[in-house]
Design a protein around this ligand. Sequence first.
Ligand code: HEM
Ligand SMILES: [Cu+2]
Length: 594
Amino acid sequence: MAHAHDERTGEPTERSELPTDERLAFVDEYPSAARITRLCFGVSFGALLVGALLGIVQALHRTNVFRGVIESSDYYSVLTGHGVLLALFFTIFFLSGAFTWGTTRSLGRDLPNPRFSMAWFGLQLGGAVAVATAIFGGFVGEIPFEADVLYTFYAPLQAHPLFYAGLAAWLVGTWLAGADWIRSYLRWRSDNPGERVPLQTFMVLTTMLMWYVSTVGVAVEVLVFLLPLSLGLIDAVDPLLTRTLFWYFGHPVVYFWLMPAYFAWYTILPKLAGGRLFSDPLARVVFVLFLILSTPVGFHHQYADPGIAEGFKFVAMTNTMFLLLPSFLTAFTVVASMEYGARRRGGNGYFGWMKALPWANPAFAGMALAGLMFAAGGFSGIVNAGMNINSLVHNTLWVPGHFHLTVGTASALTMMAVSYWLYPQVTGKRLQLYGLAQVQPYVWFIGMALMSNAMHRAGLAGVPRRTAEPQYDQFTFEAALGSIPEMRLQIAVGGTLLTLGAVLFAAVMLATWFADRGRGRLRVDSHLPEPVSGPEDAPRVLDNFKLWTAVAVVLVAIAYGFPVFSMVADGPFDPAAPPVPVGVVDAAIGLLPG
Ligand code: HEM
Ligand SMILES: [Cu+2]
């Protein structure tokens, strides 16, 4: 039998009209975009595997199950490696690959210049390698590198300059990737004036605009403050200012992890469920809301920081609660699309329709389970967001409990699941070790259910995060629910299952990578059906990127203008910034009639 990718039909036939096995694989139509996607995925999956191995080391070490791999004094190197490799490199290399595929596919044109695309990929990779070198140098005493600054890098912690230089190079690589997709869009636009922006491209562009607005903060943090500091060009910086610049970027980066997951839930999941997206206009509204609301909330990571007036923290909290809206809209649309698919597959009943979903398809199962866990993560996130209850969970194990549900599952498991569907299309190879792929999402789900629930409860008992040995003499944590030894055991067992999940995923991808093209049909069908309610139902103003970017910038200025001004007013390199925005208060007092 001939293979999907071998069949060139010659005529520009409408793809959706062809039977499944006569459609071309993506790699045959757009070879250079497929290559970039493959390269990005390769780096992403490599980072996932190494990061997961560091994860199990942490989980076993801090629960005192096994301390034979590292000395406790090296725990911060492990933690930094784990956080940076997973939260920055696994996720964002995946995003770079998926967005390259999405723009190319939805615009129906290959990237404008393969050499430019290779250049941004090379810059991202070079930067990531430099960062990893600096981190792993910390394990080897004889090497002068070190970067035990954790995933949230800010003063007074200091890394080797290689770490910051690498971060900067990688960041510029992401900016150029965005420029590549924007360029592709602009060319399409000049050929197709007046047409609606295809949904996937719309999602890529709104995500990238948010990224440009928010990465300005981390770029300034790294280039103006931390790199000169670590090079010895300046002697001091204001720690509050570097923390603020980090979190200005630190919250939106959360959406940079989530938006590729949403991109998949909106455009791929409904099809795998057997149906179609419920509403294209709603998806556009959600992405616009993320663009305008993601950045002005960073202060909700600084509720405990002195030096920022309460009022600004309150504004951030209010804005954070508004951000729940696009998440609830997403939950509604995605579930509605799945139900539509399930009913078309013959499901019925109030909840009985769920049984009709394709739970044995790893791409579907992974995405659906990831979405389910995201709901739980959303609830613990509401707790984090409240200015007063935040102080209950601040810096406890509750916090990693929360973000392993969000980035560690909603994003990570979705990315793995999407790969089961997408990787065959960008390689032209049939997915190998299919049985392992089928169990993998469930292994991850169970592992995370154990690890994360125990982390949440341990956090409520006051167990700190980021600690190699949170067992102290003459001190016991009071657990409200369950017991501390039971939680430790769940963290260790859950962490082990999770790492197994990552290894299974890597095995499937490696086996597929090494498989010959032509071993069987692709097993996936690349066609994406039209939404039930299409783009023609969406108001045109939604496609006005300039307007939404301007709104985003104005909201950022409102949220950050005064606090940052007051931090900078006393000299940006002066560590002793006063605890309230004195400059502003003084100016206001000066205006009062005396
Ligand atoms: C193999 C699966 C995983 C295991 C066993 C694992 C385990 C852990 C543990 C035990 C901690 C807490 C350490 C401490 O506070 O003392 C941690 C922290 C962290 N994990 Fe994971 N994790 C896994 C997967 C992930 C994934 C997929 C992501 C993101 C995509 C992620 C992102 C992070 C981050 C950002 C931190 C915090 C680093 C910091 O505090 O700077 N983890 N992980
Ligand atoms: Cu946040």
